[in-house]
Structure formats: C-alpha cells, structure tokens
Design a protein around this ligand. Sequence first.
Ligand code: NAP
Length: 330
Amino acid sequence: MLATRLINVGEIRTVEVPTPTPGAGDIVIQVEAAGICGTDRHLFKGEFPSVPGTTLGHEFSGIVVDGVDSGLVTGTRVTCDPNNWCGDCDQCRRGRVNLCTGNIATGIGRDGGFAEFCAFPAARAHVLPAELDALHGALCEPLACTLHGMDIGAAKPGERVLIIGGGVIGLMALQLAHLCGSEVMLLTRNPYKQDLGKTLGADWVAGTPDQVLQQWQTGADLVVECAGVSATVAMAPALTRTGGRIVILGVLPSGAQVPVEPFDLLFREIQLHFSFLNPFTHDRAARMIADGVISVAPLLSRTISLSETAEAIAQPAPDGEVRAIVVPAA
Ligand code: NAP
C-alpha cells in the first residue's frame, strides 16, 4: 500500500510499504480521510519531535476492516484519537492523561493515517454514524484539542472572546465560543478567513491588534491563541482585559522565546494558560460532529491523493486554505 512517511526532518515521501496487520489490542482501519494539520508541517521542519520513518497523519477516520477481537464490528466507521496514554505513569494516575510520559501518538510516534490502511489501538477508536460524510470524521481530532482549550478558558455567555488565528483550530474555537453565548471576535489577516469567520458566528473580525482594540478598547475577557507564532503569543496580554484569561493552543517551535511582562500580568491579574492535546474530549468532539453542532464543511478546502501529500506538507498552506484532506482512495 501507499503511505506518506517522514523519512527525516525535511525529507518526506509517499512510498510503497507493507499493509499493516493488527498488533495486540489493535484494529486495522481503511483510512477514508486524514487532515493535514499545522503540526504536520511543524514535524516536517523538526519543530516538534517525531520518530524518523513514521507514516504521518494524526487526524483521521475510516472503516474497521480487521481486529474483530476489539468488539468493533468490521465495517464500522470510526474516528481515531491518536493519543494513547499508558494509564499507569505519574501523570495518568493523576488523571492528566494528555501529559502521559508513555504516550506514543499515532502519526507521530507510530504509523498514522496518511496511508491506505492503519493499525490502530482499538481502545482509542470512537464510533461515528455510518451516514456521516466520510470527510467530516477527520475533523474530530482538532475539535477535541480545541474543546480542551475552551474547557480551560471557560467562556461565559456575554463575555468577549478573542480568537487569534483563522485556521481549523481558530474557526472551531470561534464556533464553540459562539455556542457559549459569548461575543466573539476573530483576528486573522486573510480576508477570506475573516469572511468565513463571520459566517461561522464571529460578531467582529479584525486583521491587526489595533483593529481589535478599536472595537474593544479594554480588551477581551478571554483570548484564545490559535495561530502558533511568536508574534500572536506576544500580542495576547495587550488584547486581554484586566482580570481576563489567555489560553495558548498554538504550538511554537521548541526553544522559541516570547517576551512577556510579568508585572503587567500580575498587576492586572491575567491568567495565562496552555492547552495540550485532548484529554477525554475526543468522544465529545465525535458527538458534536456527528450531530452537526459544529460546522465542518466550510473548513474543508480541498481533497488530495496520497501521491500529492508529501508536497502538500512540505509547502506552506496556500493562501486562504483552512484544511486539506487526504483521501487515500482518490
Ligand atoms: P493553521 O491552519 O496554520 O492556522 C493558523 C492560523 O494563524 C492561520 O490561519 C493564519 O492565518 C493565522 N496567523 C498566522 N500568523 C498570524 C498573525 N500574525 N496574526 C493573526 N493570525 C495569524 O493551523 P491550525 O491547524 O489551525 O492550528 C493552529 C495551531 O494550533 C498550530 O500551531 C497547531 O500546531 C496548533 N495545535 C495545537 C494543538 C494543541 O493541542 N494545543 C492541537 C492541534 C493544533 P492568516 O495567515 O490568515 O492570518
């Protein structure tokens, strides 16, 4: 079968590999759809650690074709939570499964979804309805991560929530804040993504920090950073209301430094939080996507084949693209 593998940092190729067989506790999934995430580009550039030679793809869904011992019936459509916590380490014993020291994430530490088939831990598969659009299942994983960030931020009805970044994470955070009854602003530079933000529930859009403060002179009660660049992390405190909260979802390259002024954060008692992965939120994400509570169709910019995947990861996303979805059967 074909699979897109990160041979080494900066070297990615779609190659012929053996079709996987299920290991202990695994099912085999015929991958229907797998999203290219900002993190895949971080992995390609070596900004996020990975295991050389791994098939990438950690946002995917598909059909169970093997591994009947799991209790999952062959033919079931599932979405895959790529994070496989051990349940026994210091962090897992405290319920902090996203911080598990033994987590071997599918698509990062073991072969993932940019392939025709994937052997996957059955315990991390979540059932999706058979009638769901096959492409939509690939959006459960980013929604699960966004849910964790929004759980931490705890947006309230009537609060001002600023979302920085108009990618999938930002456009999902926007929808979740809108569902909470908050007043929502999206800060992103691309006019197409600003328009998309308005159709998904943003009350306001901005292209620069100054435009945010023109609308909200005292800043936002909650700022959710979903861009993953130093500039947007650095700008967050100045856009936060005194007494407000910041949640950083974006991944910055390992070693990157961002200036913060502790006196300002202290004197205005701004809470600065970070949100990592998707502890116990994948089930909720699958339910919300299955029920159509979160609008995912407008986030799907294009579908590509496996033979186009390596190039798509190696290049920056084209202007205005939100999510490219790999369809191995294409
Ligand atoms: P993405 O598609 O690359 O989206 C990032 C967005 O940020 C882009 O749409 C870009 O839009 C915007 N942006 C970049 N620079 C900006 C600036 N200076 N001002 C305003 N907007 C700016 O990425 P994604 O898939 O949505 O993911 C977002 C981040 O979350 C990534 O860093 C990803 O690695 C991370 N992530 C974290 C978790 C977690 O568990 N914490 C999980 C998944 C992903 P414009 O160019 O139009 O402005």
